[in-house]
Design a protein around this ligand. Sequence first.
Ligand code: IPM
Ligand code: MG
Length: 369
Amino acid sequence: MTSNKQLLLLPGDGIGPECMAEVRRVADWLDAQGAVTFEIEEDLVGGAAIDAHGTPLADATMDKAMTADATLLGAVGGPKWDDIPFERKPERGLLRLRKEMALYANLRPALCFDALVEASTLKPEVVSGLDILIVRELTGGVYFGEPRGIETLPDGSRRGVNTQVYSDAEIERVARVAFELARKRGGKLCSVEKANVMESGVLWREVVTALGPDYPDVALSHMYADNCAMQLVRAPKQFDVIVTDNLFGDMLSDAAAMLTGSLGMLPSASLGDPDPEGRRRGLYEPVHGSAPDIAGQGKANPLASLLSFAMLLRYSLDLEEEAQLVERAVERVLASGQRTADIAASGSTTVSTREMGDAVLEAVQALAG
Ligand code: IPM
Ligand code: MG
């Protein structure tokens, strides 16, 4: 039976559109095969939406995201919009999507493909075979906490304020997602906070610890965030699943990305509560940014976007086979030696964004063969 899925594509700014174009070709090919059909709509987010509508996310676009089966986002931001007021910056569009769709669990897998072991700045033996998953809380913490702002005091001096705040319910729901995922992977969960200096960290540790007995098959450990940053570059293979707050997750996932060779390789999935069938509506995006310095030049690596699309197929559409098809195609292309500039050894030849997309599409077709 053919199932029809509504996809919303938000290419955004910088290298977002050129990476998204390669995803679109794979989606169109899958659609033509008939096992699943996609109704694909594209819309604006970030700077592109500011230019067209004066806001980083139009209400009509927000409505489409709320009804689509899944949304794939490219990237937002760039120097062109640096000087506009904070509340209307391109990044606010992305944060609004996350918050209003209640996507509290952000999955950021860091997988070192065999073919890319040499592309990492770390020693091959440190990263070879690496397969870790960071689960980042995405709708709370200092990103959204109140009070916030910049205030001018009576003496004319100014104060910038942000608030780190977590309720026990917010901690519990993201921790449960992480426990469930750990259970299906290597059975290890490391919870990361700064309980040595922050009350929100003390509560985080208490709540996660109290959930431990519900998951006797998962080995739970705790680590301070600064130590975790150090351990990630020292011995990253000690980790299986890491669960942490919004800000620590932002930083630790950038560090984890570099273990895999390039920020251009990392996909992510942002998920809310499951529907009765267990599927989760989600927002999928590469972990990399809009890279304005190389935008429009065909130099960008589309693999993080393609791997994000694979996560979309898996988590929101329940299409495990198709998800693996895309992932195996990426692996095959890397094994064949094709490299965009960000993952190429110095001096070796590189392929363009389009050529990388061609290669993945061909590999998908061959593997589906
Ligand atoms: C990320 C990005 C975003 C974040 C920015 C673009 C708002 O760095 O997804 O990691 O800080 O969450
Ligand atoms: Mg980030």
